[in-house]
Write a protein that binds this ligand. Structure first.
Ligand code: COA
Length: 182
């Protein structure tokens, strides 16, 4: 049997290991967090996400958001998925065996494959497919299937990344308050 979080989403054990949550983490209804997953304070996992830490671990920092319908998994015997602070992962993304450094951005519907890394303030565009082992450097924008570097980000876009994560961090606390009262 799973455990229900204050936000309404579920934690599940695998081989006796339960996910661990920091303070004020919002796990929305329909989300499933499984096994060796740790999530830092203020982060939010939105409706119908699946984070499956079974054959390797998943680590998530603080004030990160993983938006609705996204899937986070790991490489068996290879790359864990390590996600830093203030990371934004858009709706319906798939993050697999990947490192996302603090303030990295994964667009809606994008896919990252094993051994990839997105550095801080690196951006993967909506719908992109980042093939195994690729590295997006700070301030680079990659797009397409397979994803390629298309340009560097403008100053206003870099500022927009920070706004997006702080907006989601605030939204998460509003939801948590409302859903905890139910
Ligand atoms: C990449 C992105 C930032 C748009 O960049 P932009 O430079 O403003 O895009 P433009 O509309 O001016 O298009 C510029 C070129 O990039 C291409 N392009 C734009 N977005 C693209 C994408 N997501 N994938 C592939 N190519 C894209 C356009 O086709 C165009 O190509 P062309 O010059 O050959 O005609 C935007 O598409 C994106 O992915 N935003 C992320 C949104 C998101 O996922 N948010 C998370 C949920 S809150």
């Amino acid at each position: 049997m799973g455990r229900i979080t204050s936000g309404g989403g579920m934690l599940q054990s695998y081989k006796g290991i339960w996910p661990k949550l920091g303070q004020d983490v919002f796990i929305a209804p329909g989300a499933q967090i499984i096994g060796d997953v740790e999530i830092g304070s203020g982060s939010s996992i939105w409706f119908n996400c699946v984070l499956r830490g079974d054959v390797n671990k998943i680590r998530i920092g603080r004030n990160t958001n993983i938006q609705d319908g996204s899937v986070v998994h790991v490489e068996s015997g290879g790359a864990a998925t390590i996600i830093g602070d203030d990371v934004l992962i858009g709706h319906m993304a798939l993050v697999h065996g990947t490192v996302l450094e603090d303030q990295a951005f994964v667009g809606m519907g994008a896919v990252t494959m094993d051994g990839c890394c997105i550095e801080g303030q690196g951006m993967l565009a909506a719908g992109a497919l980042l093939t195994p082992g690729k590295r997006i450097k700070t301030a680079e924008l990659w797009a397409g299937r397979p994803a390629k570097l298309i340009r560097t980000l403008r100053p206003e876009e870099l500022a927009g990344l920070a706004k997006g994560t702080s907006h989601y961090a605030q939204m998460a606390q509003t939801y948590l308050t409302e859903y905890s009262d139910r």
